[in-house]
Write a protein that binds this ligand. Structure first.
Ligand code: MG
Length: 176
C-alpha cells in the first residue's frame, strides 16, 4: 500500500530535476502542481528563475500543463503570463485531471511525468494512473496545512524512499 505513495524520483526543488534524465526516460510531457511546488502561498507570479526554467523546458521540447487544486483565478494569474496551459480545481488525487492534461498534450501516460510536493495528491494520483512521479520538497513549509495523517504518511514514505535509495541526496547534503 505504501508503494502508492512512493515517488519514482525525489529532488529538493524543481531546479534539481535532471532534464537529461527525463529525456532518457522518454518523458515528453510534464504535469506540474502549482502551490509549494513552483511558488509559495504568499506569491502569485513566477520568479525570474522559474521563467528561465520553463523557457529551458520549452526549448528542450517538453509540453507542460499546470494541474492545481487551487482556484481558477490563482492558477490563471500564475500561468497566463507564462503562456502555460492549466487545469484548476483539479480535485487531485480524485477525478480525471491528470488524464485530461495528458490528452490535451497528446501524450501517453508513460511519456508523462507528474511533479508535485504532496504525497496525498500529486504522488498518489500520479502513481495510481501509471505516470512517472517526481516529488519535490515544498517551497514553503506550512505546519497548518499538514494534517497528522499527512505527517504519519510522510514518515512511512520517507522510510520506504530511503530503502530505495531515493533519499541519499539528503543524507549527503547533511554531511557536507
Ligand atoms: Mg502543492
Amino acid at each position: 500500500m505504501i508503494d502508492r505513495f512512493v515517488p519514482n524520483q525525489y529532488f529538493p526543488s524543481v531546479f534539481d530535476i535532471s532534464i537529461t534524465q527525463l529525456k532518457e526516460k522518454g518523458i515528453t510531457s510534464i504535469i506540474i502542481d502549482l502551490d509549494n511546488t513552483l511558488i509559495g502561498w504568499d506569491m502569485d507570479e513566477a520568479t525570474a528563475e522559474l521563467k528561465n526554467w520553463f523557457d529551458l523546458l520549452h526549448k528542450e521540447g517538453f509540453s507542460i500543463t499546470i494541474v492545481s487544486n487551487n482556484s481558477r483565478h490563482r492558477v490563471r494569474t500564475f500561468a497566463d503570463p507564462l503562456g502555460i496551459s492549466y487545469i484548476a480545481r483539479a480535485k487531485k488525487p480524485l477525478g480525471g485531471s491528470f488524464e485530461k492534461a495528458a490528452s490535451l498534450m497528446d501524450a501517453a501516460t508513460e511519456d508523462t511525468a507528474v511533479i508535485g510536493d504532496q504525497l496525498l495528491t500529486d504522488i498518489l494520483g500520479g502513481n495510481r494512473r501509471g505516470f512517472h512521479t517526481i516529488l519535490v520538497a515544498p517551497v514553503k513549509q506550512s505546519d497548518g496545512a499538514a494534517t497528522k495523517f499527512n505527517r504519519f504518511m510522510e514518515r512511512k514514505v520517507f522510510k520506504a524512499m530511503k530503502r530505495k535509495g531515493l533519499m541519499e541526496w539528503k543524507e549527503n547534503e547533511k554531511t557536507k
